[in-house]
Design a protein around this ligand. Structure first.
Ligand code: DUC
Ligand code: ZN
Ligand code: ZN
Length: 486
């Protein structure tokens, strides 16, 4: 009987609810059946001794993206998606970035051409650096109408920072349409002031990057971003949280009912500021913003992962090679502020999280599933992805939970010339990955063809668990009857 295109059988099926042995039948790119035993199938994949789970959804990656200072990432949608797939992801949501003066429709057309090379399904978060009136009134609603339901803004970097007023304008448009606003939260003036203190003392080696962006700069900006979002009654997603204080503000405001979500990233859990102090300019490889912190912070961030403060652990893959195309575009012996911010990680996010999280006993397998796909699918409106259930896309990853290996650059599939986790011993890795039923990685070998991934539009943010509340100044019963929400 071959009424299924493919049957995955005998694996330990892991979801956010639990783990059980069973089979999955796939037809026309969708999960058609799940049962203890499924016969038939044009293709049968034996998953005995393996974990079968939803394919990862990487929701923080910079792919084929120019920075505001003109540095292009080393990965395009082909190499970036291949690296993501081999790392256990069935889809991803990189950024489409508006630079100042640009029209959002043109930006999206540019990224549509870039995205067409992807081997896994993809969508975009739209970075907005120039919220002009026509951007707010026409271009963002058009982006939303095609399923781009998440925007991203920066509170730092002079060429990206949109100020509190710009942020309120974007949050307001986002609320009206059901979009979520992501934020890079660091206080720009605190960072610039610290940069001046360090420059005046000639302290410009990579290690000083760590102290140039104080923990307080993140905490102040997270708190401000949350208050702005509460005033606009809008959903907010704080990216790359790197401090205990920042996580605690988020936890408290979530408890108070804010429409608030957040993530952290593997680098804040696996590396420290000591890595910035490696010999010569090697420390430049570890420059990312916010900067790496310390061991005590890592423990605190793990605690917040366990307690649910973070819906995901995403890579913030920002691939700038350690050469003149990336980190050293401005020269090899330059002060830290002239070195590109970011490091690679899209291929190792899930293997690292599985090893250091599940194998090391810090999180359960169910939490791993939630953090790698299910939670973020909900927040970012990926309605057909992130869960194993009949009717969902057959986006599936099959893992060998016992494989032991050391990370090497040679085994990476991105376009980078280093990996920050070189030499790390890990346990567990994805072997086979399906995107809409197509096997893109088969026992570790790439089987994908360029361009087989499809753009997917997304639904509005799911706020059922975080309904928020209108502030009294917007409530006609308490504001002299004024309708401020329009
Ligand atoms: N922020 C990111 O989200 N990624 C790379 C650099 C940065 O500042
Ligand atoms: Zn950022
Ligand atoms: Zn980023």
């Amino acid at each position: 009987m071959t009424n299924f295109d493919c049957v995955i059988h005998g694996g330990q099926i892991a979801t956010t609810e639990g783990v059980s042995t069973g089979d999955i039948g796939i037809r026309d790119g969708k999960i058609a059946a799940m049962a203890e035993k499924i016969e038939g199938g044009a293709r049968r994949i034996d998953a005995t001794g393996r974990i079968v789970m939803p394919g990862g959804i990487e929701t923080h990656a910079h792919i084929a993206q120019e920075s505001s200072s003109g540095v292009m990432t080393a990965d395009d949608y082909l190499s970036g998606s291949i690296s993501a797939a081999i790392g256990g992801n069935s889809s991803f949501i990189p950024f489409a970035a508006q630079q100042r003066g640009e029209n959002v429709d043109d930006v999206l057309a540019t990224y549509d051409a870039r995205g067409a090379r992807s081997v896994i399904d993809y969508s975009y978060h739209l970075i907005i650096s120039d919220p002009r009136p026509e951007v707010l009134s026409d271009q963002l609603p058009r982006a939303f109408a095609r399923g781009i339901t998440s925007f991203k803004v920066f509170m730092t970097y002079d060429l990206m920072n949109i100020g509190d007023g710009g942020m309120l304008d974007i949050l307001t448009v986002a609320r009206k349409h059901g979009a979520i606003t992501m934020v890079h939260a660091e206080n720009n003036d605190m960072v610039k002031w610290m940069n001046r203190q360090l420059a005046e003392r000639d302290l410009t080696a990579p290690k000083y990057h760590a102290i140039s962006r104080p923990e307080l700069a993140e905490q102040e900006a997270i708190n401000r971003a949350v208050q702005l979002a509460k005033l606009a009654d809008a959903a907010l997603f704080v990216v790359h949280v790197s401090t205990e204080g920042g996580a605690e503000i988020i936890r408290r405001e979530q408890f108070n009912g804010a429409k608030l979500f957040a993530e952290t990233c593997p680098q804040y859990l696996s590396l420290t500021r000591d890595d910035l102090n490696r010999p010569g300019m090697e420390g430049a490889r570890y420059i990312c913003s916010p900067p790496l912190r310390d061991a005590a912070t890592q423990e605190a961030l793990w605690h917040h992962i366990r307690m649910g403060t973070f819906v995901g652990v995403h890579s913030d893959h920002a691939p700038y090679r350690a050469d003149a195309t990336g980190k050293f575009l401005n020269g090899f012996d330059v002060p830290y502020p002239k070195i590109a911010n970011g490091m690679p990680g899209i291929g190792l996010r899930l293997p690292w999280l599985f090893s250091e999280g599940v194998v090391a006993g810090r999180i359960t397998l169910e939490q791993f599933v939630a953090l790698s796909s299910t939670n973020t699918a909900k927040v970012f409106g990926c309605t057909t992805k992130g869960r194993l259930a009949p009717g969902m896309d057959a986006d599936i990853a099959i893992w060998d939970p016992e494989a032991r290996y050391a990370v090497t650059l040679e085994d990476q599939h991105d376009n980078m010339d280093y990996t920050p986790l070189e030499g790390r011993e890990l346990t567990g890795r994805p072997e086979t990955v399906l995107t809409r039923g197509a096997v893109v990685v088969d026992k570790g070998a790439l089987k994908a063809t360029e361009g087989q991934g499809r753009f997917f539009g997304r639904a509005p943010v799911d706020l059922r668990a975080r309904p928020g509340a209108m502030v009294k100044e917007f409530d006609p019963a308490q504001n002299f009857g004024v309708d401020l929400r329009g």
